[in-house]
Design a binder for this molecule. Structure first.
Ligand SMILES: C[S@@+](CC[C@H](N)C(=O)[O-])C[C@H]1O[C@@H](n2cnc3c(N)ncnc32)[C@H](O)[C@@H]1O
Length: 293
């Protein structure tokens, strides 16, 4: 399996899908969470599945075509309310957001998402909607702009030094690939003190900035809450502190709309899951319930 769904049983426990209920999977990926939810909501329950990556949608479409219970749309979850309306998708009992990108993106997309690969620096989740690539940013943005992106979108402490080195190197030759960028970052940061690869934050910052992931998340969560039925829930799995900050901010706001935070303490994967799937190690699940109508 290319992508193992994270915190799967925990998501099922909190969303509690039952026969003939409707759910939205805001980040379909390869459908790991949807296919599990589907087992509980058959025969009449439906899943509205959103996936922003047009290439991934092409790959999974044939599998979905045989499923009358899944409606797959190549869409951004920041438009979740409009899409649900257009599809006449009502009685939404729950929404799952499993943030970021999937292992398929790191392993197969060939778009430079991984610092372990030597690929062209693209990093756009939807290349039809987004024009700016990581290559453009790394080779044409000013030192100050780079510093700002690495800091704001990746919380990289050595942002300024990395930006300075990038600007120096690109004078001789354009920085074209993920491995070139990873090498430069690793050189600036020096010997590793932790298990985390030194380029993690820079790559996260670029991906975040290019795809406007935090902005989309804020809009998507607020809109998802609006379309839930009373007693419906949103489950969000995040993978970094910046995402988690946005979730906490939106949940706080939703508390004023009688949102009930179900996960008083954030839910983390069990040790066994992390051992079977190291990508789960930084995952955090938060759940809110709607009680306002
Ligand atoms: C972590 S993966 C989801 C994996 C999925 N739950 C599974 O088990 O296969 C996140 C997915 O969300 C997609 N995505 C990222 N931002 C999105 C957005 N704003 N709207 C819709 N999909 C998005 C990514 O392309 C990726 O496929």
């Amino acid at each position: 399996m290319i992508h193992k769904p994270v915190l799967l049983q925990e998501v099922i426990k909190y969303l509690n899908p039952q026969k003939n209920e409707n759910f939205i999977d805001a980040t379909f990926g390869l459908g790991g969470h949807s296919f599990e939810i589907l087992k509980y909501i058959k025969p009449e329950g439906k899943i509205l599945a959103l996936e922003w990556d047009p290439f991934l949608v092409e790959i999974i479409k044939p599998q979905i075509m045989a499923q009358k219970n899944i409606i797959l749309k190549n869409e951004n979850f920041k438009r979740i309310k409009k899409i649900a309306k257009e599809e006449n998708f009502t009685n939404v009992k729950g929404v799952i957001f499993d943030l970021g990108i999937s292992n398929w993106h790191y392993q197969k997309s060939n778009r430079g998402f991984s610092f372990k690969k030597n690929e062209y620096l693209d990093m756009r989740i939807n290349p039809y909607e987004i024009k700016l690539t990581a290559f453009d940013i790394i080779n044409y943005f000013s030192k100050e702009e780079l510093t700002d992106i690495f800091l704001k979108y990746g919380e990289e402490k050595k942002s300024k030094l990395i930006a300075e080195e990038i600007v120096k190197r690109r004078k001789n030759k354009k920085i074209e690939t993920s491995s070139e960028l990873a090498e430069i970052t690793a050189e600036v940061k020096g010997k590793r003190k932790s298990k985390i690869h030194p380029a993690t934050q820079v790559f996260m910052a670029l991906r975040n900035f290019i795809n406007q992931e935090l902005e989309n998340l804020e809009i998507g969560l607020e809109e998802a809450y609006e379309i839930l039925i009373r007693g419906g829930r949103i489950a969000v799995i995040s993978f970094n502190g910046l995402e988690d900050k946005v979730i906490k901010k939106v949940f706080k706001k939703l508390k004023n709309k009688r949102g009930l935070i179900i996960t008083k303490n954030v839910v983390r994967p069990k040790l066994e899951e992390i051992q079977n799937n190291p990508s789960a190690r930084s995952a955090k699940l938060r759940v809110i319930e709607k009680n306002d109508k």
